[in-house]
Design a protein around this ligand. Structure first.
Ligand code: FAD
Length: 426
């Protein structure tokens, strides 16, 4: 089975960036050219700090160029849970950060004229069970009361046709502040903005070794060259290899897969998703989907294959899921299938910080990195520029490796079975 990302095939023309050869000097070396790394470089260059970005493959080849492009408010889970664990003031700061993240992306897109179909039409959180709709109602009231946040609107089951043409859900909740975009085109646009500000990007230039010489001198080696810099930023998220073991062991990569239909008529697409919102549901093994600018349905879910036969099966299952939600699409051809890795932390919240050895990092966005990664890249850049400690509600002081990290693949498999079971019984 051939896997091709629809975003790659429908992307704007992309330039090729060179491979790193020889010695290069700069202020900051950033490892990873996704949302996090490119946003760090973009904001550093705005502060006139000379940056080099090293990318193992091509710009956006990690999760940033392959995701659902749903630019969402908030985090995994309800804010009520974070009020309990972190207290109301910190939870309020976290919430505001998630709103600011979407504003920041909108600002970057407008300022740099990035053609990525950014559409701020909100999201729809579809209720898989009646009980889930009741929880959404409680959440709406909680957010209004404690966060003075009012853009959440409840849609009862009888009104579902105003949002989605499907019998599959029991209503849901709208949040008008969310958005969606073509994720790869945004990534490519951000890369172009970095180079316009005189930052340098090197593709097919995997960082193989980081060696600190002093608190203000670090050497990052690739197979054909070296970058000699004052600071290093790790922006490798779920694709973190062995280059920084502590970071690798603090993140659990989980596969997510997507399919996309052929372009359908505008009428058909408007009929199934009425208001062009980014949609995700409340299943434990969730589905997420949306219209694209060229009138396809992009549909995602979870799936991890351990063999070729498995690979076929997981995409067939996702297609079956899509047809359960929208049976009217039974004749629509599936043109693309692809997947990528989503990074989770132990707390299910993103982490940003600086290690004792001086390395900066941000990762572990779960399914919310399309918004938050750009913001945390800026947070790192600002801290470096102002030479101050990171001051942010998501800051983590010490990275503690996840126990039994090497067993995570098995663990994720077991967790998925458990979640399937929860979907069945809850
Ligand atoms: C299928 C899928 C769907 C998703 N849907 C959504 C969604 O709709 N909304 C949402 O908010 N989030 C979604 N996500 C999550 C989101 O894409 C990520 O949170 C986000 O892209 C993380 O950005 P990043 O820059 O931190 O990491 P990445 O984009 O993964 O970038 C890391 C980069 O580091 C590079 N790298 C790794 N090691 C090295 C090395 N040694 N040297 C050089 N480079 C290296 C990798 O090649 C990669 O390009 C989805 C993810 C997937 C996979």
């Amino acid at each position: 089975m051939l896997l091709h990302s629809m975003w790659e095939r429908t992307a704007n023309k992309r330039p090729s960036y060179p491979r790193l050869t020889g010695d290069h000097h700069c202020d900051i070396v950033v490892i990873g050219a996704g949302f996090t790394g490119l946003s760090t470089a973009y904001h550093l260059q705005q502060h006139h700090m000379n940056t080099i970005v090293l990318e193992h493959d091509r710009v956006g080849s990690g999760a940033s160029g392959r995701n659902g492009g749903e630019v969402l408010t908030g985090y995994l889970g309800n804010m009520e849970d974070y009020v309990e664990t972190k207290g109301l003031p910190v939870a309020q700061e976290m919430w505001q950060l998630s709103l600011d993240a979407i504003d920041l992306i909108e600002h970057i897109i407008t300022k740099n004229n990035i053609h990525c179909d950014f559409t701020r039409s909100g999201h729809f959180h579809a209720a898989y069970k009646k009980s889930h709709l009741n929880e959404m109602k409680k959440n709406q009231a909680f957010m209004a009361r404690h966060f003075d946040y009012h853009p959440i609107k409840i849609v009862e089951k009888k009104d579902l046709p105003t949002e989605l043409n499907t019998p599959f859900y029991h209503g849901g909740a709208i949040d008008e502040k969310s958005a969606h975009f073509h994720p790869l085109n945004y990534t490519l646009g951000l890369a172009e903005a970095v180079t316009k500000l005189r930052g340098n990007i090197f593709e097919e230039s995997s960082a193989l070794k980081i060696k600190w010489k002093s608190t203000n001198k670090v050497i990052v080696s690739t197979s054909n060259g070296r970058v000699i810099a004052k600071k290093v930023v790790m922006a490798t998220n779920a694709y973190a290899g062995d280059i920084h073991k502590r970071i690798k062991k603090s993140i659990v990569p989980v596969e997510s897969i997507m399919i996309s239909t052929e372009p359908l008529t505008e009428k058909m697409m408007t009929d199934i998703i009425k208001k062009d919102r980014a949609v995700f549901d409340s299943k434990h093994l969730l589905y997420y989907f949306r219209r694209t600018a060229d009138h396809r349905l992009a549909f995602g879910g979870s799936g991890r294959a351990s063999s070729k036969r498995d690979l076929k099966r997981i995409y067939q299952n996702l297609h079956k899921g899509m047809l359960k939600v929208f049976p009217q699409l039974h004749e629509a051809k599936i043109e693309y299938r692809w997947g990528g890795k989503v990074g989770f932390t132990k707390t299910f919240l993103p982490y940003v910080g600086q290690l004792k050895d001086g390395t900066y990092f941000a990762f572990g966005y779960g399914g919310h990195g399309a918004a938050m990664a750009t913001m945390l890249g800026k947070v790192i850049a600002d801290a470096i520029f102002t030479e101050t400690d990171i001051n942010n509600p998501l800051k983590i002081k010490k990275l503690k490796p996840i126990a039994f990290h090497s067993q995570h693949a098995k663990g994720v498999g077991i967790m998925k079975l458990y979640k399937q079971f929860q979907d069945f019984i809850s």
